[in-house]
Design a protein around this ligand. Sequence first.
Ligand code: NDP
Length: 298
Amino acid sequence: MTARVIDGKAFAAGLRERVAAAVAKLKAEHDLQPGLAVVLVGEDPASEIYVRSKAKQTVEAGMNSFEHKLPATTTQEELLAVVDQLNNDPKVHGILVQLPLPKQISEEAVINAIDPAKDVDGFHVINAGRLATGQSAMVPCTPFGCLLLIKDQLGDLSGKTAVVIGRSNIVGKPMAQLLLAESCTVTVAHSRTKDLPAVVRQADIVVAAVGRPLMVKGDWIKPGAVVVDVGINRIPAPEKGEGATRVVGDVDYAEVAEVAGAVTPVPGGVGPMTIACLLRNATVAACRQAGLPDPEGL
Ligand code: NDP
């Protein structure tokens, strides 16, 4: 059996088109242009690439993009002052502070200083609580993107057995909440889980968010399961030359594709969904702040 390849790149392109259409409609009908502010502290090269890509896609969707680059020596107080200014700026509907932050700054303090209505990453404790209690929330982008891909494969998820590997606040926990809200029977596995392969073998839906290259093997997978690989791991690739590297997921794709019903590749699976969902969240946030209903199709 060979799994369907879940094309996250194509799905994300479709979502970005729907966001752009919703933004155009908001401008035409309500004179409202959603605005997304991204704050980058320090010079982490990976974060810089990510922030540039976010800004480009924000503008392509017809939204306002605001970038704030602060030096690595920025104090927590200075960063909180920037967050406060963005909280009070009516042109800014979404605020994203790029993580990780330099060690002199508490990520928790900064995240919880963002106005929950503008918290497009969905990391604020209020949004985590709203998601957990079934109230309208800003939902973290990566797990929301995973859910869209899973629903696209399976439609109604009610009664499905789901195993989420990883319990971080940014991926594993919100992923579990989203699947629970879809009436899945959810297990959250982590580094202390006993006999992980046997746990994963129960699952109709597997989401791997661990950060361990190629950990999930073919014989862990129930035949026909939908497997979503969140992992981004850089490993040596001597076949590409000395010192070369390549990116792989947490799932041993070659093995799993022989057993699963559908599987996301890395790259080209979950990755492109994250920014598309960020643009979606910023548009939804703009509507909610203006007292308008959430845009259709998002
Ligand atoms: P964290 O490091 O915060 O969490 C990893 C989780 O995996 C922890 O809950 C940990 O368990 C669990 N874990 C570690 N080792 C094992 C093991 N041997 N067996 C079972 N569980 C284990 O990572 P994140 O959630 O932030 O990210 C996970 C991966 O997803 C990373 O590769 C990251 O790069 C990627 N990522 C990709 C994104 C995208 O856009 N595609 C966005 C965000 C992340 P414990 O809690 O017990 O320590």
